[in-house]
Design a protein around this ligand. Structure first.
Ligand SMILES: [Zn+2]
Length: 443
């Protein structure tokens, strides 16, 4: 049985411990790792110690990671899970707000997943366990802020918490309501920041099951042994086996980020501490750049961008109509009152080839072939309209397109595709071939 030092001193970063078990990972453990890490590392082994400061995944809080210093060498501890009656629990990423180890961790054995082969660690070795403190502390802050939000939801609006999720950057609280207003959530945000400002003590006490039941907590108790109660001054008290900061001021700030619908409930989204500050700085810098670009104040940005988008849409429509007109004019000038068979090549960066397809609406009879020079390939378009509809495209493909290695197709009257890059002479020859073929077909 490991001594769970993370409960007695959640701020301890490093501890000496003795290896009590080293083994291959079981198929249960592999499944649990796949859920928490998204993959099963290789090599990896399961290690236990006589004591640990590594919190095993539970109650929505991820397992700790860090290093195992053994004989002067740092081995990575990628994750920590718990064995309950010899079974590893793979927590769903979106767990209920109940911590199954709110019973003081009775029957729980943290198992550490170390990135090495089992024969690299000897039983009985004294090692140093070193936490990835930033990772752990960030979740202690988040977990405390989540208690604060759930507690305030309950005390201010009688809204219960259905499930919570603690993530790298934000946490969510799913509430037992089909709808909640943003105004209410902003009131929670304000009350939460007031609690942060007053640096409330976050307490952990063990009481008997009966005593806990008599308190009428906002959430039912999931264990039948003694209960670990986590309280935030007068604002919240709940049974929990997770790790928290010792004062609310360590959360620094609470931000309401919005909400989404889930299973007929509302899931509210929150940020606290460093991720909240990082987001404020990042978004502020984006807004400052946009304001400089537009010579606008932040409050004017939305209407400015709306104007720009509308203007752009109108400009694009005008531009497209002009390109079609230009293509129509180009076809017309090639026709010159003669046979309605036109073949032409377009230089790179000039009018787009599809404007020619749309320009063809203005003509009754037309056999049109356009080649457009791309950077590493040619685009081709063939249009057979009116009396030229009888011209067999498979013949065009066989006699002309296959010779230049062209790919593509279509259905009457429009065919289009790509071809490998051609020299100017090859393009001329191809276009002349089309004129000859379309002309001859119709004599
Ligand atoms: Zn908790």
């Amino acid at each position: 049985m490991e001594i769970l030092s993370y409960y007695s001193d959640p701020y301890c970063h490093e501890i000496e411990a003795t290896v009590t078990s080293v083994s291959e990972v079981t198929s249960d453990m592999k499944k649990a790792l796949k859920v928490s890490l998204g993959l099963v590392p290789d090599p990896v082994c399961a290690v236990m110690f006589d004591r640990t400061i590594f919190y095993p995944e539970g109650g929505g809080q991820p397992g700790d990671r860090g290093f195992l210093e053994v004989e002067g060498r740092d081995l990575v501890i990628a994750d920590t899970h718990k064995l309950h009656n010899n079974v590893v629990h793979g927590e769903p990423s979106d767990g209920g707000e109940d911590c199954p180890d709110s019973d003081h961790g009775l029957g729980i054995v943290p198992v550490h997943f170390v990135l090495c082969n089992p024969d690299e660690i000897n039983l009985g070795t004294v090692v140093k366990l070193k936490l990835d403190w930033n990772h752990r502390y960030s979740f202690m802050q988040e977990h405390t802020a989540q208690h604060l939000v759930s507690g305030l939801l309950y005390s201010m609006f009688s809204i219960g918490t259905v499930s919570v999720h603690l993530g790298q950057d934000e946490f969510t609280v799913e509430v037992s309501e089909p709808e909640v207003s943003d105004e209410k959530m902003l009131e929670i945000e304000k009350a939460g920041n007031d609690a942060i400002l007053s640096a409330d003590e976050v307490s952990c006490n063990f009481v008997s099951h009966d005593e806990a039941e008599s308190l009428g907590l906002r959430r039912s108790i999931k264990v039948d042994t003694d209960v670990r109660l986590v309280g935030i001054a007068h604002r919240d008290c709940v049974a929990c086996g997770g790790l928290h900061v010792s004062r609310t001021s360590e959360c620094r700030i609470l931000l309401y980020m919005g909400q989404e619908k889930i299973r007929g409930n509302v899931r509210t989204i929150w940020k606290t501490a460093e991720p909240a500050m990082n987001m404020i700085h990042e978004e502020h810098s984006i807004i400052r750049s946009l304001c400089a670009m537009q010579s606008a104040r932040p409050s004017e940005l939305v209407s400015k961008v709306k104007d720009i988008t509308e203007n752009l849409t109108e400009e694009r429509q005008r531009n497209s109509a002009l390109r079609i007109k230009l293509a129509e004019h180009m076809i017309q000038s090639e026709l010159g009152g003669g046979n309605p068979v036109v073949a032409m090549s377009l230089e790179a960066g000039s009018i787009d080839i599809l404007s020619f397809a749309q320009a063809a609406d203005a003509f009754t009879d037309l056999a049109l072939c356009v080649i457009s020079e791309g950077s590493d390939k040619e685009l081709w378009l063939i249009l057979l309209k009116g009396r030229y509809e009888q011209l067999d495209f498979s013949l065009v493909r066989k006699k002309l397109l296959s010779k230049i290695g062209a790919k593509g197709g279509g259905r009457p009257p429009l065919f289009q595709g790509m071809a490998p890059k051609m020299t100017k002479a090859e393009v001329e020859k191809f276009l002349a071939g089309f004129i000859a073929m379309a002309g001859a077909e119709h004599e």
